[in-house]
Design a protein around this ligand. Structure first.
Ligand SMILES: Cc1cc2nc3c(=O)[nH]c(=O)nc-3n(C[C@H](O)[C@H](O)[C@H](O)COP(=O)(O)OP(=O)(O)OC[C@H]3O[C@@H](n4cnc5c(N)ncnc54)[C@H](O)[C@@H]3O)c2cc1C
Length: 292
């Protein structure tokens, strides 16, 4: 059994993740020392096709442009058939090597059962002066990339909550896909999901077909809030799109809130701060709120 390799400072994405890769390393080191003492605990690394402690090479197999700022990028390990797994709310880290700088950035993997040609997919937003997002956006099919993970601390408790509100902004929707999949595929989970999805305009509605298809589940409900007006002629049949930003008034349609409601939010820091304040104004206890 090999000791875990200590991450370098540049292996941390500096986003305040919980757990950070240094926490993962410390935990692995403790487990390693315990195993040397014969205390029999196993290292966390199992049969997963991606590792928390070392980078694994995944090649770009497909890119689907959604709009000029968003793209879906599919990745596959061509040398291993090990399944890549992660839990709801987890993210991966990519290693970026530039000419003058190398660093690590966090991205949230998604996947759909029907997609056999990839191990995971990244839903990417490109920032005009963003270092890694522009690198990823420009990747060509066949380019090898280095990833490690999964990391995360979210726990899904089936049936703990009657309603699970998901408040997403842009690529923040990626965090909720595995949670949605896990809830909807579990026939014994009676939690109702209510997704409130904030998008810039109609062409930037991410995973639009997927969300529309989820609507056939009794325990999934969603609304898309557009910050830029669009003509309803562009909507699908009964597609729940509204032409305004998500506001406090929209939450009134769901009152009363009780302790069996959970609120998850994922978006920019400003977006999450706004909804954190809004939920605390509505006396939602902080233990029922999870900000990613
Ligand atoms: C846990 C976690 C999961 C994430 N998952 C995803 C994901 O699935 N998809 C995805 O696209 N991104 C995701 N991100 C964000 C991602 O890690 C990068 O921060 C993002 O791609 C920008 O990196 P960059 O190197 O391009 O920008 P940088 O070079 O770091 O920043 C350059 C400029 O870009 C702009 N910018 C960068 N980040 C932001 C931001 N968050 N909000 C507003 N402006 C910004 C700013 O103007 C900034 O000055 C996630 C982040 C975390 C912490």
């Amino acid at each position: 059994m090999k000791p875990p390799v200590e991450p370098k400072a540049e292996d941390c994405c500096n986003s305040g993740c919980n757990p950070c890769i240094f926490d993962v390393y410390e935990k692995q080191l403790q487990l390693y020392h315990k195993s040397l003492r014969g205390e029999g605990e196993k290292l966390l690394e199992g049969e997963n096709g991606i590792s928390q402690l070392n980078y694994t090479t995944f090649v770009v197999t497909e890119k689907i442009i959604i709009c000029d700022s968003h793209v879906l990028i599919k990745f596959k390990n061509l040398e291993s058939h090990k399944k890549v797994t992660w839990s709801a709310g987890d993210h991966f880290l990519i290693k970026y090597y530039g000419e003058t700088k190398s660093c690590t950035k966090a991205y949230t993997p998604i996947h759909f059962d029907k997609d056999k040609d990839s191990d995971f997919i990244i839903l990417l937003k490109r920032y005009s002066n963003g270092l890694v997002s522009n690198f990823l956006y420009a990747l060509e099919i066949g380019t090898p990339t280095l990833w490690r993970g999964p990391y995360g601390s979210f726990k899904l408790f089936p049936n703990k909550y009657k309603r699970m509100f998901m408040i997403a902004q842009g690529t923040g929707i990626a965090t909720f896909i595995k949670i949605i999949e896990d809830v909807l595929k579990d026939e014994d989970n009676f939690t109702k999901i209510i997704l409130l999805f904030c998008c810039k305009n109609i062409s930037c509605i991410l995973l639009r077909e997927y969300l529309y298809s989820c609507n056939s589940y009794w325990n999934f409900d969603y609304q898309i809030f557009l910050s830029t007006y669009s003509d309803s002629a562009c909507y699908k049949y009964k597609e729940p799109i509204v032409n305004h930003k998500l506001s406090a008034a929209d939450f009134e349609t769901f009152v009363p809130f009780t302790s069996s409601d959970q609120f998850l939010a994922c978006g920019s820091a400003e977006f999450m701060n706004h909804f954190k304040n809004l939920l605390s104004d509505k006396n939602i206890p902080s233990e029922n709120i999870c900000l990613f």
